[in-house]
Design a binder for this molecule. Structure first.
Ligand SMILES: NC(=O)c1ccc[n+]([C@@H]2O[C@H](COP(=O)([O-])OP(=O)(O)OC[C@H]3O[C@@H](n4cnc5c(N)ncnc54)[C@H](O)[C@@H]3O)[C@@H](O)[C@H]2O)c1
Length: 459
C-alpha cells in the first residue's frame, strides 16, 4: 500500500451510483462515501473462508486482473491457514478471526467464502467496515436476512458482487443476447437441472485426520446455529445440515435460477412448490438428495408468464445431462456454461387437416364441405411451416467465467461503482426463491413470494 493512496480517492455522487445499478427497482437510502481507487493502485483483497471454494475464488480473483493483490486470509481450521502460506508465501497474513481482517485499513475488498450461515453476518460487518464485498452464493441462509444485507450495502455505497459466476460466461451472455433479441418468441417454460452421482458430488468431502477442537475453532463456527459438541462432519460436510447450509436449493438451484434471471431479466416467481426425498445418501444429513421444484413466474412488462421446473437428483445413476432449456413460442435456447443450441421453430398459419385428425371420421359430404372452406381460408402460402433452424454456439476455449465475474467486481471497485452484474438485489432475488423451494419442501406447502418487494406473501 502506497502511503498517499487515499489521496487519490474521489467521491462519486449518490445519483450516479444509483444510475449505475440497473437491477434496483425502488429508490433507496442515500449512498455515502462512494470512493474510487486510483488506476495506479492495486486492489488489496483478503479471503474469509479458505476451504474448497475459497481457494478457487482466490485463484480466479488473481487470474482476473494484474491489479489485484492477495494479502490476507481467515479460516477456522488451522490446516487451511497453513495451506495458504504454503501456496502464497509466509507474508500472507492469516488469522482465525475475520474481524482482524475487517479492522485493517489497507484491505480494500473481501471475498466471503464461508458456509452459508455466516454470509449475512460477515457481509454486513465488512460493508460497515468500508470493504468492498464479493460474497458467495446463496447470498443469505434465510429469507428474512436478505433485506438487511441490501440495506447495509446501500448505506455503505461499496461495490458488492454475489458469486454465481456462470452468468459471466460467454455462453450465458449469448443466451441473454438471443433471448432479448426475441429469437424464441414469448417465453412459456424453463427447465433446468443439476444431477450428480458420486460421494464428493453429494457433498461428502474428505475430512482431515487432525480435525479436532484444537485445530478447529468450533465455537466460532457455530455462530448463530444451535450449540452442540464438536462434530467434524458438521464442519467439513456442512452442506448436509440445515443449520449451516441451504441444501440443494441454495447450493445448486441458485446457480440455475441466477442464470435464468440473467437471461430473461425476470425479478422472480410468485408461487413456489417442491417435492423431494432423502433417497440415497442416508448418512445423517437432514436435507433431501432429490428435489423438484415448480416456480410460477408472473407476466410482467418485460416477459410473458412462465413456469420453471428445477431438479437436483444426487442419486441419478442413469444418464446425466445437466443444462438449462428456456422455451418460447418460436423455439428454445438450451445452454450450459460452455455451449448453447438455439432451435427455432415457427408454426404455419394453417392448422393442417387429415392424418391423426377428426377429419377422417366425417361423412364424405362433410369432408368435401370442410375441405372447400379450409382451402378458401388457408391458401397454399399459409400451409408451410418455416424449416426448423438450429444455431450452435461454443464458448471460446479461453473463456473463464470465474475470472470474468471477478473482473467485473474489481473493475467496479476501481470505478467506485455499485453496478456489478450480480449486485445484492439481484443476488437476493435469486436466493430467496430457492430458499422458498426448501421451505415448500419442509412445510409441504405452496410458498408465496413478492418478487418486486422481495417479501414473503401470506395467502
Ligand atoms: N460459486 C460457486 O460455484 C461455488 C462453489 C462451491 C461453493 N460455493 C460457496 O462457497 C461457500 C463455501 O463453500 P466451500 O465448499 O468452500 O466450503 P468449505 O467447507 O470447503 O470451506 C468453508 C471454509 O469457511 C471457513 N469458515 C467457516 N466459518 C468461518 C468464519 N466465521 N470465519 C472464517 N472462516 C470460516 C471454514 O473453516 C472452512 O474452511 C459456500 O457458501 C458455498 O455455497 C460456491
Amino acid at each position: 500500500m502506497k502511503p498517499n493512496r487515499r489521496s487519490f480517492l474521489k467521491n462519486v455522487t449518490a445519483a450516479s451510483a444509483l444510475l449505475a445499478t440497473e437491477s434496483i427497482a425502488k429508490p433507496f437510502h442515500i449512498i455515502k462515501d462512494l470512493k474510487k481507487i486510483s488506476p495506479n493502485d492495486k486492489i488489496r483483497f483478503a479471503t474469509i473462508g479458505m476451504g474448497i471454494q475459497g481457494h478457487s475464488d482466490t485463484k480466479a480473483a488473481l487470474r482476473s486482473s494484474q491489479d489485484v493483490e492477495f494479502v490476507a486470509a481467515a479460516d477456522l481450521y488451522d490446516g487451511r491457514l497453513t495451506r495458504v502460506k504454503e501456496l502464497y508465501g509466509k507474508d500472507i497474513f492469516t488469522t482465525r478471526d475475520y474481524r482482524q481482517i475487517l479492522e485493517r485499513k489497507d484491505i480494500d475488498a473481501v471475498l466471503i467464502v464461508t458456509p452459508d450461515h455466516w454470509h449475512d453476518h460477515i457481509t454486513k460487518a465488512a460493508l460497515q467496515a468500508g470493504k468492498n464485498v464479493y460474497c458467495e452464493k446463496p447470498m443469505v441462509h434465510h429469507i428474512n436476512e436478505g433485506l438487511s444485507v441490501i440495506d447495509a450495502w446501500k448505506k455503505s455505497g461499496k461495490t458488492m458482487q454475489v458469486g454465481s459466476q456462470r452468468i459471466s460466461s460467454a455462453s450465458f451472455k449469448e443466451a441473454k443476447r438471443l433471448f432479448q433479441a426475441g429469437e424464441i418468441g414469448e417465453i412459456n417454460y424453463v427447465e433446468s437441472n443439476n444431477d450428480r452421482f458420486n460421494a464428493i458430488g453429494a457433498w461428502n468431502y474428505s475430512i482431515p485426520t487432525d480435525a479436532s477442537p484444537s485445530t478447529v475453532d468450533w465455537d466460532t463456527y457455530l455462530g448463530d446455529a444451535p450449540k452442540r459438541a464438536f462434530d467434524a462432519k458438521r464442519f467439513f460436510r456442512w452442506r448436509n445440515y440445515q443449520d449451516y447450509g441451504t441444501g440443494v436449493g441454495g447450493d445448486l438451484f441458485v446457480h440455475l435460477i441466477t442464470g435464468v434471471h440473467f437471461v430473461t431479466n425476470s425479478l422472480g416467481p410468485e408461487r413456489v412448490m417442491s417435492s423431494g426425498e432423502l433417497s440415497y445418501w442416508k448418512d445423517g444429513r437432514d436435507v433431501p438428495d432429490v428435489l423438484v421444484s415448480i416456480l410460477d413466474y408472473p407476466k410482467t412488462d418485460i416477459h410473458a408468464n412462465f413456469q420453471m421446473v428445477l431438479r437436483v437428483n444426487f442419486a441419478n445413476a442413469g444418464a446425466i445431462a445437466n443444462n438449462t432449456r428456456i422455451i418460447g413460442t418460436e423455439g428454445q435456447i438450451e445452454f450450459t456454461e460452455n455451449n448453447l443450441v438455439l432451435t427455432k421453430k415457427k408454426l404455419s398459419k394453417a392448422p393442417g387437416m387429415g392424418g391423426y385428425d377428426s377429419f377422417n371420421t366425417f361423412s364424405e359430404a362433410q369432408q368435401k364441405e370442410f375441405k372447400k372452406q379450409y382451402d378458401a381460408q388457408y391458401p397454399e402460402d399459409t400451409r408451410k411451416a418455416e424449416p426448423v433452424k438450429e444455431v450452435r454456439f461454443e464458448a471460446p476455449k479461453e473463456d473463464d467465467a470465474h475470472a470474468n465475474h471477478f473482473r467485473d467486481f474489481f473493475e467496479n471497485v476501481k470505478k467506485g461503482s455499485v453496478g456489478t452484474v450480480e449486485d445484492p438485489v439481484f443476488g437476493f432475488r435469486a436466493a430467496a426463491p430457492v430458499l422458498a423451494c426448501n421451505e415448500s419442501y419442509f412445510s409441504k406447502k405452496i410458498v408465496h413470494w413478492d418478487p418486486v418487494a422481495m417479501k414473503m406473501k401470506k395467502k
